[in-house]
Design a protein around this ligand. Structure first.
Ligand SMILES: [Zn+2]
Length: 136
């Protein structure tokens, strides 16, 4: 039997998302904010979907929100996650507005629609911290 394959990790230096992962390393939740109209968005885009401006920065937001929906993975579509089955991935609407599709670090039987949650960060290695949401 071969050694288990390592879990895939995000490219934390990719230009579009580097700012997000730099903040995650500090356990800070950020989204893109348009400097022209103030629209906040995630995932990041090269231009604002509201006013089409490409002038943007990262803005820290309150690390709070509610569960909008979720699914439970009972099969490891990626074999390296087999040891974590079953686990939940949710759609979280942050208090600031932007939504995240993200791992829920909550016992599956306790997850409910509109449940208050708070952002937490899982330090995977010296470069990568992954966003999760936990019970508030
Ligand atoms: Zn805009």
């Amino acid at each position: 039997m071969s050694a288990p394959r390592p879990k895939p990790l995000p490219d934390v230096k990719a230009p579009d998302t580097a700012g997000f992962y730099e903040a995650a390393k500090r356990h800070s939740l950020v989204v893109q904010k348009c400097n022209n109209c103030g629209e906040m968005r995630f995932p990041p885009l090269p231009i604002c979907s509201n006013c089409w401006s490409s002038d943007q920065d990262w803005a820290e937001i309150e690390p709070t929100g509610t569960v909008w929906s979720w699914v439970v993975y009972h099969r490891a579509l990626e074999p390296s996650f087999a040891d974590e089955i079953p686990y939940a991935v949710g759609r979280v609407k942050t208090t600031a507005g932007p939504t995240f599709t993200v791992r829920l670090n909550i016992p599956i039987e306790e997850i409910e629609i509109d449940m208050p949650v708070t952002a937490t960060f899982k330090d995977v290695n010296d470069e990568v911290s992954l966003l999760e949401f936990s019970k508030a």
